[in-house]
Design a protein around this ligand. Sequence first.
Ligand SMILES: NC(=O)c1ccc[n+]([C@@H]2O[C@H](COP(=O)([O-])OP(=O)(O)OC[C@H]3O[C@@H](n4cnc5c(N)ncnc54)[C@H](OP(=O)(O)O)[C@@H]3O)[C@@H](O)[C@H]2O)c1
Length: 332
Amino acid sequence: MATTRQFHLAAHPRGRGIEEGDFRLVEVARPVPSPGEALFAIRWLGFDPAQKGWMENFADYAAPMEIGDVMRGSAIGEVIESHNPVLPVGSLHEGMMGWSEHWVSDGSGLTPVDPDLPPTAMLSILGITGLTAWHGLFVHGRPIAGDTIVVSGAAGATGSVVGQLAKVAGCRTIGIAGGPDKCRWLTEEAGYDVAIDYKAGEIKKQLRAAAPQGANVVYDNVGGATLDAMLGVIADGARVVICGGISRYETGGRPAGPSNYFNLVLRRATMSGFIVVDHADRFADMRRRLRDLALADRIRWQVDEQVGFEQAPATLRRLFDGSNRGKQVLRL
Ligand SMILES: NC(=O)c1ccc[n+]([C@@H]2O[C@H](COP(=O)([O-])OP(=O)(O)OC[C@H]3O[C@@H](n4cnc5c(N)ncnc54)[C@H](OP(=O)(O)O)[C@@H]3O)[C@@H](O)[C@H]2O)c1
């Protein structure tokens, strides 16, 4: 009997970081495609901080995960057997295939991989990462040429795209990231005008020096003290975009409210959040625009590729200790 390996959820990591024991590696019978279906060999897994929330059943936009479920996650699979003409053998598709070596589907909810870009672009710049950057910046941040924008988590997969899109829109960009290497990458490779190392301390002082006229747009991926510091430098009419809050994903607790929140009143500013999958009806359009910028070499992205299916739990943890350099993927 042909078999395949899967990671099943073994515990809900609430109020703590992800541990190896939160997953169980199991060997099961390889699924067999029925008429109209295809069998996929999964080639890459994509990793998102949101997976922690899915494991905890924290997110109300995603179905609850039960103990014993295949770990949920995005992936790129190659068709290796097909009973469906729109899924030819050898074709690559992206979708929520989960942490499994093989998967069966009739093609519902899958997106064909773009043949003109590296396959992993479908998990990064053309995937939820790029779409999140686009939607959050243009729908909520509403940048205007000449604006100053501050982005936290700036060297990450989403934050690095936000900075480059803001540059395309004619903004001055300030990125906040952890450590000198990431900060060097921000200004030398990702096109940020200024990089701030939050691990070097005095983030408020660094921000005031970098944005003496204030920030017109704030794009926050981190929350907590970083958000508070950014709220301290908003300009009149600023748009504060809450994309994520990774600084609290491991503690599970609710951070103290930002002490600078009243600046929203004094500066006549707005603060709004979003869940990108609510806007799937616009994905094809956003993806086309991101693709054009990528093909014109006007936007770059980093992919951090780890190797080996059994490394999936350790690879997910890289997002929470800052080891990842750009979009975290795993090649099987
Ligand atoms: N709203 C939506 O629909 C939506 C959709 C997708 C993603 N998101 C959010 O977007 C954010 C970025 O996701 P991503 O996939 O692009 O991941 P990412 O930024 O590539 O990776 C996570 C990064 O977060 C930083 N980080 C981790 N723990 C931290 C802490 N305690 N304090 C400060 N920074 C910390 C690390 O960078 P440093 O080394 O610089 O600390 C790490 O590299 C996340 O908050 C995610 O939840 C939201």
